[in-house]
Structure formats: structure tokens, C-alpha cells
Design a protein around this ligand. Structure first.
Ligand code: HEM
Length: 418
């Protein structure tokens, strides 16, 4: 069966969407996108309208331009992050028979302002630049151990051997989850994110599965607190009330998804670029102080998350008529390749004037883990430059990718001379 045969069926276009704004793109399975995501995004940036409607995956909007993404992410009255209306959620919860698992609501990400801040504020301290800086030495030690374990071999499958274990171990330790269940947690989160379902209700059993996988740790930390995020969350108050097991599940599901499937893909995109550009490796080896700015330009050039929104009311947004309850994807990877915002946007350019990307989004939901992510990305690039000779892609085994709300790297075979 050809890859194109796997594309989701097209649905009929709603009457208010003009033909000129319809563009056929499957954000989970478009064959060219899955083959080389950011090449395909450049092609879309050039050829698709700045905001378009695709008939795939149930039909939804794609916001392409930088201005559309920036403005929509800040306009939470028009673009909501609450996919199941509050009244419906309350009714579903009220109908749950006794003993049935709670329906987790990922907080703070799926709560709109003003309620949003009461869930975001307690997390701010844990992810502050100061708290994260304190972890830098241990992250460095872990990265060094992982790179040294493959160094003498002259090759590795970088995702499985380094990009995945590094951030996943850092995060499980921060959260307080057992390291020996790493493979099980990763499997749960990859399955969750690969689901192209257009109905938020279909995600409920998956969220319940994530919550269930952490429940015994929640209870253990409530009874025996340690120095980790789960123990810390038991000590906070939300609306003046002590945390409940339901609150723990609400926080837990989001942190689990955000912490376990982001940094590894950022590392994968960045290291693939380095492997294809030996002159950049040479530049960074000669001047390691450039790593932080090199990291920022890698984040811009290979922005890789696509947060969803629900249109909250009938609106005309940047000249486009949208109706309440339609879905809109913040296609941040396209925003950061918009030539109106970044001149020669396809070029990796350490000297570009505008360096302010939105890989972590903008507005109230801007990534809380960005300081942690930046430290991890910088550390792995520094360690690779310091401990490996020039590495390149294995020409026999090209990289493979997956697409969706996280555009990720599945495999990345590297080789170097020993
Ligand atoms: C390079 C890695 C990462 C990228 C590119 C990234 C990207 C993003 C983006 C784009 C958002 C906004 C989502 C939206 O608007 O709906 C977000 C939110 C969030 N991220 Fe990250 N993230 C990364 C790593 C992390 C890590 C390691 C954590 C730690 C757990 C984390 C925690 C969060 C949280 C808690 C939110 C929700 C913030 C809120 O709703 O107020 N992220 N992230």
C-alpha cells in the first residue's frame, strides 16, 4: 500500500469556507511531510495560504503565518484551549458511577484564562531559571555518560541511545517517577500523541491510562514525601484548598506528556542538522560559547510542536471567517519559517537580526518547561562537540520521522571515524 493510501479520508468543506482557502494537507500522514517534515513545511509556507482549511482528520484550520500564530495564541477568547466545554465536562463527571476513574483534565494547558493562572502559578517555581540551573551539572554528567557509552563504536542510533534516555531520565527524576518504568511510560506517551482523533472525548481513556500509570507513585509520595515535583504538588493549595488525587492526575497527565516527548525530538532535529553541517560543528568546537545562540537558531529552524485550539465563537480572524467549535492548529513550525518574519527563513543563520522564535509559543500558555528544555539542548550539543569527532548521517540508513502535534524524529543513525 502506498503512503498516500494512508491519508485520512477527506470530509466536505463547510459552506462558509471559500475554495481559495482549502488546501489538502494531512498533518499526521502527508507522505512528503513524514519523509522530511521541515522540507515539506517550507513547501507549504511557499505554496499554501497563510491560513487554510484542510479536509483531512475531520476538517480543521491550519494557521501558517507568524502573525496568525502569534495573535491567535494570545487571543484566548477567540481561540480556546478547552476542547470539551466546561458544562459538558461537569455533566460527564457527575454521571460517573462510584469507583470509576476520574476524567483527567490536563492543567494548566487545557484551561483558559483567567482560571488558567491558578494552575500555572504553582508550577512556576519548579521550572524557574534558578531551579533549573541547579540541575545543570547532573544533566551534564548524564549526557557525558551516554555519549561516552557509544564513543568508541563509531556509530549509534542516536534517538534510542542518547536523545530519548537523556531528557526522559532527567524528567522522571524531577517528577519522582521510577526510572525502571521508562520504557513503559514512553510507550504510553508515544501512543497518546500519535492519535489523530478529531474528538477530544476519544482521548479520555488514554488520559485515564496515563493517570493510572502514575497513581501508585502519587499515593506513595503523599504518604512519604521526597524532593520531587509530585511531592511538591501535594503541598500546594488550589483556590485555598489542599490538592486532591484528582488534582494530581490533572497535573500529572500534562507534565507526563510535556516532559516525555518534547526535548528528545528537539535534540533529534538539532543533531540531524549538525550531522549534515560539519562546518557548523567545527565552528561550535572552536567556540563553545556560541552553543546557546546556535541552540536558539536550531529551535527556530526546526520548530516542532503544533498546539491545537478550538474556535470559541464565530469570528473573522485576519480576514478569514471561522465558526464556533471549529478546530485550528497553531502550526508553529511554519510560523518560525515565515519569510515575512525571518528573512531567508530556510537558512540556518547565526547572524540573523530577529532571533525571537515561537518554538515555545507565545501568550498565556507559553511553555513552562522552556528553561529546562534549553539547558538540556545546550548541554547535549556541548557534550557532543567536546567528546565526539565530526559526526555525519549514516548514508545507508536515513533518518525517519513522525508527524502530528509533535513533529518528531524516530531514528537517527550517526557515524564518525574512530
Ligand atoms: C524543546 C522542548 C519543548 C518544546 C518545543 C515545548 C513547547 C511547548 C509549547 C509550544 C507549549 C504551548 C502549548 C499551547 O500553547 O497549547 C508548551 C506548553 C507547556 N510546556 Fe513545553 N515544550 C518543551 C519542553 C517542555 C518540558 C521539558 C516541560 C516540562 C515538563 C514542558 C512543560 C510545559 C507545560 C507545563 C506547558 C503548559 C503551559 C501552560 O499551559 O500554561 N515543556 N510547551
Amino acid at each position: 500500500m502506498s503512503a498516500a493510501a494512508n491519508v485520512s479520508p477527506a470530509v466536505a468543506k463547510p459552506a462558509h469556507v471559500p475554495d481559495s482557502l482549502v488546501y489538502d494537507f494531512d498533518m499526521f500522514r502527508d507522505p512528503a511531510y513524514v519523509a522530511d517534515p521541515h522540507e515539506r513545511i517550507l513547501d507549504l509556507v511557499k505554496n499554501a495560504p497563510p491560513i487554510f482549511w484542510t479536509p483531512r482528520n475531520g476538517g480543521h484550520w491550519m494557521l501558517m503565518s507568524h502573525s496568525a500564530n502569534f495573535n491567535a495564541s494570545r487571543d484566548t477568547e477567540s481561540f480556546s484551549s478547552e476542547f470539551i466545554p466546561r458544562a459538558e465536562m461537569a455533566a460527564m463527571k457527575a454521571k460517573l458511577p462510584p469507583g470509576m476513574p476520574h476524567i483527567p483534565l490536563p492543567v494548566p494547558i487545557n484551561v483558559d484564562p483567567p482560571e488558567h493562572s491558578k494552575y500555572r502559578t504553582p508550577l512556576q517555581r519548579v521550572f524557574s531559571p534558578k531551579s533549573i540551573l541547579a540541575l545543570k551539572d547532573s544533566i551534564n554528567a548524564l549526557a557525558t555518560e551516554l555519549v561516552d557509552s557509544v564513543k568508541d563504536r563509531g556509530n549509534c542510533e542516536f534517538m534510542k541511545e542518547i536523545a530519548e534516555p537523556m531528557p526522559v531520565r532527567v524528567f522522571l527524576k524531577m517528577l519522582g517517577l521510577p526510572l525502571d518504568r521508562q520504557d513503559e511510560y514512553r510507550e504510553i506517551v508515544s501512543q497518546h500523541l500519535s492519535d489523530p482523533s478529531s474528538d477530544a472525548r476519544a482521548m479520555i481513556p488514554k488520559l485515564q491510562r496515563i493517570a493510572a500509570s502514575m497513581n501508585d507513585t502519587f499515593i506513595a509520595r503523599r504518604d512519604n514525601p521526597q524532593d520531587d515535583i509530585i511531592s511538591m504538588l501535594w503541598k500546594i493549595e488550589i483556590d485555598g484548598k489542599p490538592t486532591t488525587i484528582e488534582d494530581m492526575q490533572n497535573y500529572g497527565v500534562l507534565l507526563f506528556i510535556a516532559g516525555l516527548d518534547t526535548v528528545m525530538n528537539g535534540i533529534g532535529h538539532g543533531v540531524r542538522h549538525l550531522a549534515r553541517n560539519p562546518e557548523l560543528q567545527a565552528q561550535l568546537r572552536a567556540n563553545p560559547k556560541m552553543v546557546p545562540e546556535a541552540t536558539e537558531e536550531l529551535l527556530r529552524r526546526y520548530t516542532f510542536t503544533v498546539p491545537p485550539r478550538m474556535v470559541a465563537k464565530d469570528i473573522v480572524f485576519e480576514g478569514v471567517q471561522m465558526k464556533a467549535r471549529e478546530r485550528a492548529m497553531l502550526f508553529l513550525p511554519a510560523a518560525d519559517l515565515d519569510p515575512k518574519e525571518f528573512a531567508n527563513s530556510d537558512r540556518y543563520d547565526l547572524n540573523r537580526e530577529n532571533k525571537v522564535h515561537i518554538a515555545f509559543n507565545a501568550g498565556p500558555h507559553r511553555c513552562l518547561g522552556s528553561h529546562l528544555a534549553r539547558v538540556e539542548l545546550q548541554v547535549i550539543y556541548e557534550v557532543l562537540m567536546a567528546r565526539l569527532p565530526t559526526f555525519r548521517l549514516d548514508s545507508q540508513r536515513p533518518p525517519t520521522f513522525h508527524c502530528g502535534h509533535v513533529v518528531g524524529v524516530d531514528s537517527l543513525h550517526l557515524v564518525w571515524d574512530v
